[in-house]
Design a protein around this ligand. Structure first.
Ligand code: GSH
Length: 244
């Protein structure tokens, strides 16, 4: 399908946004990247809430649909892009391949509901919590280890998570597991298939482009500790104020 107008992507350099960048690049979809400053609370602006009422990134706006279409939740965005622009390659068409379609969506939802939140919570308690809470750290590192063993076993006999074709499920999974370098306790000795898979996905040109750019941006502008104000914006929201 030809794409007349650029898709607007709203995001920042984060794992859930990288997932969408992998798809946009792989599918050769023209896009504008609108960078939000999450620490300043751009995600809570009334303007952005018209695109994503949940005030999170990523979100996209596709002007090629009549009346325009806003899409939020990274898994939904991947599903949307693959369905509308992917010709069944990255998400099999359910009418011709119900098995393939359901398997890819199974792993996509597994990433959305399991791997992403677990890694996100581990990261939060490890890097951002003001005090070290052993129980939370143990709970999320155990669960992450369990999920990685699920992947390890699954990847034993095939190239990508569903057979030999790179799909939106791999885009979603790799968006998160590429950050495992932050946790040396998950090693290539324990997870040999998973580490080989990470190299394989990284070597896909569209993935390599996105990750290399993200790495270069991080080198130029390393993450600074949060100020108290930024901490309040990022972690203090409870839905009660007018702000969110
Ligand atoms: N389930 C959502 C999660 C989105 C999410 O948590 N995004 C983070 C960045 S990866 C964010 O917007 N953080 C800013 C905030 O929480 O205010 C998705 O996959 O799109």
């Amino acid at each position: 399908m030809s794409i007349a107008k650029k898709i607007e992507l709203y995001g920042a350099s984060t794992p859930n946004v990288h997932k969408v960048l992998f798809a946009l690049e792989e599918l050769n979809i023209p896009y504008n990247f609108n960078v939000l400053n999450l620490r300043n609370g751009d995600q809570f602006s009334e303007e952005f809430k018209k695109i994503n009422p949940n005030s999170k990134v990523p979100a996209i706006f596709d002007p090629n649909v009549e009346g325009g279409l806003a899409v939020f939740e990274s898994g939904n965005i991947l599903q949307y892009l693959a369905t509308r622009y992917g010709n069944g390659k990255y998400l099999p068409n359910p009418t011709t391949d119900i098995k393939g379609n359901t398997q890819v969506l199974g792993w996509l939802y597994w990433q959305m509901s399991g791997l992403g939140p677990t890694q996100g919570n581990l990261n939060h308690f490890n890097k951002y919590a003001p005090e070290k809470i052993e129980y939370a750290l143990k709970r999320y590192s155990n669960e992450l280890s369990r999920l990685l063993h699920v992947l390890e076993k699954e990847l034993k006999d095939h190239t990508f998570i569903v057979g030999d074709q790179y799909t939106i499920a791999d885009m979603a999974i790799y968006g998160w597991i590429r950050y495992l370098y932050m946790y040396p306790e998950y090693s290539s000795q324990e997870f040999p298939n998973l580490f080989k898979y990470m190299d394989r996905v990284r070597s896909i040109p569209s993935v390599n482009k996105v990750v290399t750019e993200a790495e270069e941006d991080l080198k130029k502008d390393p993450q600074k500790p949060f100020t108290d104000e930024e901490r309040k914006i990022m972690f203090g929201q409870n839905g009660k104020s007018n702000q969110n």
